[in-house]
Design a protein around this ligand. Structure first.
Ligand code: HEC
Length: 573
C-alpha cells in the first residue's frame, strides 16, 4: 500500500467512523496514527507538531493554536477524532493551547526542531458553555466592553416599526448599530433627516441620500421613530446580537486544513496596526495596505516572517486597495489618494494629483494592457489610469446611490463592479463607454465585492442579506444562494483555481467559507480570530490569504485548505 492511499484511508476513519468520540479514538487509532506522522514535512527546514486531545465528553474540530514565541506567528489546526497535526512550522519555541466552546485547556510550552516532530497532548476540562469569550463577535463589528448579548427577538422585539427598521436601517447599519446608539425622539428624528439628506451638513461628496424618500410609506416614519424611542431610547442597556447557532463543522475537511497568522506588532512608531487587502508580487511576497495611523504600504516575506513597512508620505493617508503590476510596482488607492505608486527597490512613492478631495480611491485592478481601473466609493465614479498617456480619466456611474466598491476586469477587458448601496452589479464597456446594470434579487441590499470565475460567471455576496449571488453574463440570469449561518455578511467572494468560491463573512466574523458550485455545498473553516476579512487573494496552489481586520491582533493570515498540497511558504498568483 503506498503512503498516499494509507493516508486517505486514515482520513476516512477519522472523518466518517469515529468523529466526535475523542475518548475512544485515542486508543483505537493509536497504532494507525504512526503511519501518518511518519510523513515528512513538505518544506525542508521546517518542523511538525502533533498530539492528542481528549475530554470528558465528545467534541468536534477543536482549534489547536501553536504560537511561535519569537516570531509571533500563530498556527491553527483542528482536531479530527481527537488528533491534530500542524506541519511546516518555523523551528523555535512554541506555546500551544486548545480552544473549544464549552471546554478549557492549559497552555503548554514545546520546542519544534527542523525536520522533527514534537508532540503535545491535551486533556480538556469542561467549562461554562454559555460563557461569552472576551471579544465575542456578533454582527459586523467586534463588540467591546460590557455588552449583554441577546437573541434577535430580544434585541428587536416584534411590533409595529420593526419591519421598517429592518428594511430601512438595519440592512445598512447591521444589527448592533441601533441598540448601541440610544437617542431620544428628537435624536432619532435628526438621524432620519440626516439619512434622508435633509441635513445640509451631509455634503455633496456623500452622493445621494441613504434612504430614498419613496421607500417610506405615509405613517411609516412615525411608527419607526416610536419603535426606536421605545427600544433604543436614552438609558437603554447596551445590548448586541447573540447568534446561538454553531457553525457547521466538517471534521474530514478540516483535518486537512491549517491557518497561519503572521501577527503585526504594535510599536511606538505604529501603535495601532490595521492591515488589509493582501496581494502577491512576482517574488512570492505578500503585500498589504496598513490603514492605521501612520499608514504604510507593507510587505511580508512568508518564508521568513519578515515584514517591511514603506511609510506613506501622508501618515493619515489610509491606503485601501493594492495591486502589483507586471514590472513589480505596487499601486494603491486610498483616502484622498486616487492612486499612488511605490517602487519596492528604491522605496520611492509617487501620488497622483487628487482630482476631487473626498471622492477617495477604493480598489484598483489591472486590465490586459496594464492600465489601472479603480472604484471611488463616495465619488460614485470609476477611474482609469492610462499607462500610455499617464493620465487619469473618471466616469460617473448612472446610479445615484451606487457607490462603486469591488471591481474586476473580464477576459475582454470589460469592467465589472459591485455597487455597495446601489445593490447591483454593473458592467462598463470601455469602448462604447456604456454601463449595463444587473440588480441583485434581494432588494434593498449592500454588496461589497465581486469575483469572476474561469468561465466568466460573476459571483457576489449580498452583505446585508447573507446570500451568495451568481450572475451569468451570457443570459443575465441571477441565482442567490442562502448561506447556512443566520446573520451572515458575505464580504469577498473569490474563486480558486477549481472555481470553488471562497467567501469571507463579516457577520459571523469567524470563518472562511468554501462554496462548491457543482455540489452547492458550503464548507466552514473557522478562523483563528473572530474578525471580518475584507479581501482574499488566492495562490496558484490554493492557499487563501486574508487580513483579519476587526480582530484583537492585526495580522497577515493564510488558510491552507489541504496542507498535503503545500510546496512552499511563498505566495504566487
Ligand atoms: C444605504 C445605507 C444606509 C441606510 C439605509 C441608513 N444609513 Fe445611517 N448611515 C449610513 C452611513 C454611510 C453613515 C455615515 C455617514 C457619514 O456620517 O458620513 C450613516 C450615519 C448614521 C448616523 C450617524 C452616526 C454617527 O455616528 O453619528 C445615524 C444616527 C444613522 N445613520 C441612523 C440611521 C437610521 C436610524 C437609519 C434608518 C432609518 C439609517 N441610518 C439608514 C448609511 C445608511
Amino acid at each position: 500500500m503506498n503512503r498516499k492511499l494509507r493516508n486517505s484511508k486514515l482520513r476516512f476513519w477519522l472523518g466518517a467512523g469515529l468523529a466526535g468520540c475523542a475518548l475512544l479514538v485515542g486508543s483505537v487509532l493509536g497504532g494507525l496514527w504512526e503511519v501518518r506522522t511518519a510523513e515528512a514535512s513538505a518544506i525542508s527546514g521546517m518542523g511538525t507538531l502533533t498530539g492528542m486531545v481528549d475530554a470528558p465528553k465528545p467534541f468536534q474540530a477543536a482549534q489547536v493554536y501553536a504560537t511561535h514565541v519569537e516570531k509571533d506567528v500563530v498556527y491553527m489546526v483542528y482536531t479530527a477524532g481527537g488528533r491534530y497535526r500542524a506541519v511546516n512550522l518555523f523551528p523555535g519555541n512554541y506555546e500551544v493551547t486548545v480552544q473549544k466552546k464549552g471546554f478549557e485547556a492549559d497552555v503548554k510550552k514545546v520546542t519544534v526542531k527542523a525536520g522533527q516532530e514534537a508532540r503535545v497532548n491535551f486533556s480538556l476540562s469542561e467549562a461554562d458553555a454559555d460563557a461569552v469569550r472576551k471579544n465575542e463577535y456578533a454582527g459586523s463589528r467586534t463588540i467591546r466592553g460590557d455588552v449583554a448579548l441577546v437573541p434577535y427577538d430580544e434585541l428587536y422585539p416584534p411590533g409595529p416599526g420593526r419591519a421598517t427598521a429592518e428594511k430601512t436601517c438595519i440592512y445598512c447599519h447591521g444589527v448592533n448599530f441601533l441598540p448601541g446608539n440610544p437617542r431620544n425622539e428628537a435624536g432619532w428624528n435628526q438621524a432620519l433627516d440626516y439619512m434622508m439628506n435633509r441635513n445640509e451638513a451631509f455634503g455633496a461628496t456623500q452622493g445621494a441620500s441613504m434612504i430614498p424618500p419613496e421607500s417610506l410609506q405615509p405613517g411609516e416614519r412615525e411608527a419607526l421613530v416610536a419603535y426606536l424611542v421605545k427600544h433604543f431610547g436614552p438609558g437603554t442597556p447596551r445590548r448586541a446580537l447573540r447568534v446561538d447557532v454553531e457553525m457547521p463543522l466538517d471534521e474530514e475537511a478540516l483535518s486537512k486544513a491549517m491557518y497561519v497568522e503572521y501577527r503585526l506588532a504594535n510599536t511606538d512608531g505604529m501603535p495601532r496596526r490595521r492591515a488589509q487587502e493582501p496581494t502577491f508580487d512576482h517574488d512570492g511576497n505578500v503585500w498589504f495596505t496598513e490603514r492605521g495611523t501612520p499608514s504604510a504600504i507593507s510587505r511580508l516575506d512568508p518564508r521568513t516572517g519578515t515584514i517591511t513597512d514603506f511609510m506613506n508620505p501622508d501618515p493619515k493617508g489610509s491606503p485601501h486597495g493594492l495591486l502589483v503590476d507586471q514590472d513589480g510596482f505596487v499601486w494603491w488607492a486610498g483616502r484622498d489618494v486616487h492612486l499612488g505608486r511605490l517602487h519596492p527597490e528604491s522605496g520611492e512613492m509617487v501620488q497622483y494629483p487628487v482630482i476631487e478631495k473626498g471622492w477617495h480611491g477604493h480598489t484598483p485592478v489591472l486590465d490586459s494592457k496594464q492600465n489601472i481601473w479603480f472604484t471611488m466609493l463616495p465619488g460614485n465614479r470609476i477611474g482609469k489610469w492610462d499607462r500610455a498617456t499617464d493620465k487619469i480619466a473618471l466616469y460617473e456611474i448612472p446610479s445615484q446611490r451606487g457607490r462603486p466598491y469591488g471591481i474586476v476586469i473580464d477576459k475582454d477587458d470589460k469592467v465589472w463592479f459591485a455597487e455597495f448601496h446601489g445593490c447591483q452589479i454593473t458592467r462598463f464597456d470601455p469602448v462604447t463607454e456604456k454601463f449595463t446594470e444587473y440588480p441583485a434579487l434581494t432588494q434593498p441590499c449592500l454588496i461589497r465585492r465581486l469575483g469572476l470565475d474561469s468561465k466568466g460567471i460573476v459571483w457576489y455576496g449580498v452583505f446585508s442579506g447573507g446570500k451568495l449571488g451568481r450572475l451569468d453574463p451570457s443570459t443575465g440570469k441571477i441565482v442567490e444562494y442562502d448561506l447556512p449561518m443566520p446573520f451572515s455578511q458575505p464580504y469577498d467572494t473569490w474563486p480558486d483555481a477549481e472555481d470553488n468560491i471562497w467567501i469571507t463573512d463579516g457577520g459571523q466574523g469567524g470563518a472562511l467559507i468554501r462554496f462548491n458550485p457543482r455540489t452547492e455545498k458550503f464548507t466552514y473553516y473557522p478562523s483563528p480570530q473572530r474578525t471580518d476579512m475584507p479581501k482574499v487573494s488566492i495562490t496558484r496552489d490554493g492557499a487563501i490569504w486574508y487580513n483579519p481586520r476587526s480582530s484583537d491582533r492585526a495580522a497577515v493570515g493564510v488558510l491552507y485548505p489541504d496542507v498535503s498540497k503545500m510546496q512552499t511558504l511563498a505566495a504566487y498568483f
